[in-house]
Design a protein around this ligand. Structure first.
Ligand code: KE4
Length: 427
């Protein structure tokens, strides 16, 4: 595959931008190759600067659930653009998107727009601390909630003691109030809540984990989080930045019938433009400035272009049958991949929830981050590079989920499965 121009651009980018990229995973370091520079996209396909075309399963890391350059999203954006780009003042578009999210997600009565998932979770945690007047928070190993200091934590040696900063530049004091526990581990969570529950401001969780690869919750994990946070007066925060509008119109909370106190969103609600949001019960959200003492602000929050793209996207995914089609195509893809890997004698552990998919190169069941780390990373790298050579663009990390859009038709899935058959046969 010709990648000369990508390589030239990468050489030009690296002296100017750390790693040549504006988000680390895009550098493709964990799969031992260089990134491709993309110049356009349409439907389920990306075209790189060398003219190579790929079936895209990254979808900008989730937002592109109706495919790239959907005519109705482009039309909505063009219409908004024809009137201006940003006002720093309220617009009707912000009300429309808020109405759509609150109508779709039962636990959300009030919502605040921000500009990224990181801002959404960071703000939700500050709100939970302000509302409960408590400081300690609980997250789960392998869950990623953006790069706010308090959330960059590696699980310590002792489950509920010594936490270790997950990044240089994060003072230990900034994560001293963050506990990180094993995902899907009801016993450990229950023990910690029994000891510390009355000091916990919030528990934040990816209701379906997508940042250690795809790891679904095992009942009664989420049920226990809901029960014990309620019992101890802590808030439950569902980080639905990835799962929101991805696994159901009402997100994972609608799919599982478990409703948090606060929810965080991003990705799909911006339709490919920078948007995040957090929302929940009115009596909690009214603690946010200017109606309450918890401060949070943003120059471009509720930007009209981003709102327009989000509104158009949410209108499209609200159409009858949208998720049934996505679910069926996702199921056909993941079962096809599993069959072809098995035929080639390659052990894989696959998962699919709605239009969120995951494939681990391990013969172990994957129920938490420790299991996920049993995956054969060199095999994943070979798979990633092979699929890219065969026209399929995957997330360049074993510890990511992959996504289908409504633009991934049967032809695209057949082509993907054919590529996988070729690649698995050479691994
Ligand atoms: P952003 O700040 O990147 O918009 O959102 C952070 C975030 C929060 N919560 C969840 C569940 C997320 O998945 C994310 C971001 N997801 C990653 C992909 N796993 C974004 C890709 C990247 O970091 O470049």
């Amino acid at each position: 595959m010709k990648t000369d121009i990508s390589r030239q651009l990468f050489d030009r980018a690296r002296p100017l931008i750390p790693g040549g990229v504006n988000s680390p995973v895009r550098a493709c370091r964990s799969v031992g190759t260089d990134p491709l520079f993309i110049c356009e996209a349409n439907g389920c396909r990306l075209t790189d600067v060398d003219g190579n075309v790929f079936i895209d399963y990254v979808g900008s890391w989730g937002p592109m659930i109706v495919g790239h350059r959907h005519p109705k999203v482009v039309a909505a954006l063009s219409d908004a653009l024809s009137r201006g780009t940003s006002y720093g003042a309220p617009t009707e578009l912000e009300i429309e998107l808020a109405e759509q999210v609150c109508a779709a997600v039962p636990s959300v009565e009030m919502i605040r727009m921000v500009n990224s998932g990181t801002e959404a979770t960071m703000s939700a945690i500050r709100l939970a601390r302000g509302y409960t007047q408590r400081n300690t928070i609980i997250k789960f190993d392998g869950c990623y909630h953006g790069h706010a200091d308090a959330l960059l934590v590696e699980a310590g040696s002792g489950v509920a003691t010594l936490q270790i900063p997950g990044s240089s530049g994060v003072p230990s004091a900034f994560i001293a109030e963050t506990l990180s526990l094993p995902y899907n581990d009801v016993d450990t969570f229950s023990e910690v809540m029994q000891k510390k529950g009355d000091d916990i401001a919030c528990v934040i969780v990816e209701p379906i984990a997508g940042n250690m690869g795809l790891v679904p919750p095992i009942s009664p994990f989420l049920e226990t989080l809901r029960r014990l946070t309620e019992k101890h007066g802590a808030l439950l925060i569902f980080d639905e930045v990835m799962t929101g509008f991805r696994v159901a119109l009402g997100g994972a909370q609608q799919r599982f019938g478990i409703f948090p106190d606060l929810s965080c969103f991003g990705k799909i609600i911006g339709g490919g433009l920078p948007v995040g949001a957090y929302g929940g019960r009115r009596e909690i959200m009214e603690q946010i400035a200017p109606t309450g003492p918890v401060y949070q602000a943003g120059t471009l929050s509720g930007n009209p272009l981003a709102m327009a793209a989000g509104i158009a996207t949410l209108a499209l995914i609200s159409e009858p049958g949208f998720y049934d089609t996505l679910e069926a195509r996702s199921h056909r893809l993941i079962t096809g991949l599993a069959e072809r890997a098995e035929k080639a004698g390659i052990p894989v552990s696959c998962a699919q929830v709605g239009a969120m998919l995951g494939l681990f190169f391990t013969d172990q069941p994957v129920k938490n981050y420790a299991d996920a780390k049993t995956s054969d990373l060199s095999r994943f790298s070979a798979y990633y590079k092979g699929m890219r050579e065969n026209g399929v663009y995957l997330a360049p990390s074993q510890f990511e989920a992959f996504f289908i859009s409504s633009a991934h038709d049967d032809t695209a899935i057949d082509q993907t499965l054919a590529a996988a058959e070729t690649v698995f046969s050479c691994m």
